[in-house]
Design a protein around this ligand. Structure first.
Ligand SMILES: Nc1ncnc2c1ncn2[C@@H]1O[C@H](COP(=O)(O)OP(=O)(O)OP(=O)(O)O)[C@@H](O)[C@H]1O
Ligand SMILES: [Mg+2]
Length: 262
């Protein structure tokens, strides 16, 4: 891994989609840097350009103009194959819909990015995948298929898959969009824990409830950054603890009835 402190440097990025005669200016001159070890939330209304920016940062799409450096590599100058390698080796992706293969175990899903890693840095795929699943607290679920896991567990498998290549950067587009509030806090607690271990995380959310766990908030409007502020993040682990305590108290309050019924 490169020693540079800056993981992402985006300079005057523009993205224009041509739709017949009309043009959609999805990004209109975005400047944006992320240092190693940051946890940044990108916010903004629907259509403000969040996914467009994430797709460019993730090497899934090219900007119309401007430049983008990932670990000091100018991404928009790479060929398609070089880009695929960079994407595979330096970036871990987490999506709203988990994107796990249905007829494939948690372990095999987690191994997947290693299959495509042409550098062959990691030799023992299943061992690396197992370690990655342990890291997200799923060491006892390696043989489960996605439909044998809860939503939060499925998203944790997706996070394990994102981490298995030991990437410079984890990108998550609405990672809690399909989760209930308790599971959302659980997943955010995991992201915070990974961030404390040094993983750089960039996530998109439109929920203040999620963004408050990030160390910095960037807000887009009409393809421009209108706000970029550091914040002291709330602790998701603490919130989760309180949430679970409240639930067990609620259940405890109901328990005498069932005890009497017995
Ligand atoms: N492939 C595309 N072709 C044409 N226009 C597009 C394309 N992708 C996005 N757009 C347009 O670019 C703008 C930004 O879209 P983008 O998906 O980045 O928004 P977003 O902030 O992620 O929104 P949401 O919160 O709804 O996911 C929108 O006006 C959208 O209609
Ligand atoms: Mg989007």
């Amino acid at each position: 891994m490169s020693e540079t402190k800056e993981v992402i440097r985006v300079q005057q990025i523009r993205k224009t989609y041509e739709m017949g005669k009309t043009k959609v200016h999805a990004l209109q001159g975005v400047d944006f840097n992320v240092q190693r070890g940051e946890m940044v939330a990108i916010m903004g209304a629907s259509g403000s350009g969040k996914s467009t920016l994430m797709n460019i940062i993730g090497g899934l799409d090219y900007p119309t103009s401007g430049s983008y450096f990932l670990d000091d590599i100018e991404v928009n100058k790479l060929t398609k194959n070089q880009l695929a390698d960079i994407r595979n080796q330096k970036i871990g992706f987490v999506f709203q819909g988990f994107n796990l293969l249905a007829r494939t175990s948690a372990l095999e899903n987690t191994e997947l990015p290693l299959l495509y890693d042409r550098s062959k840095r990691v030799k023992k795929h299943s061992e690396a995948a197992r370690q990655s699943l342990e890291r997200v607290g799923l060491g006892d679920r390696v043989d489960h298929f996605p439909n044998e896991l809860s939503g939060g567990q499925q998203q944790r498998v997706a996070i394990a898959r994102a981490l298995v290549t030991n990437p410079s950067l984890v990108l998550a587009d609405e990672p809690t969009g399909n989760l209930d509030s308790k599971t959302t806090v659980e997943v955010m607690a995991l992201f915070q824990e990974l961030n404390e271990e040094g993983v750089t995380i960039l996530l998109v959310t439109h929920e203040d409830e999620v963004a408050r766990y990030a160390k910095r908030i960037v807000e887009l409007r009409d393809g421009k950054i209108i706000k970029d502020v550091p914040q002291t993040p709330d602790s998701a682990a603490k919130d989760l603890e309180e949430l679970l305590l409240r639930r067990s108290e609620e259940q405890g309050a109901k328990e005498p009835e069932t005890a009497q019924a017995d």
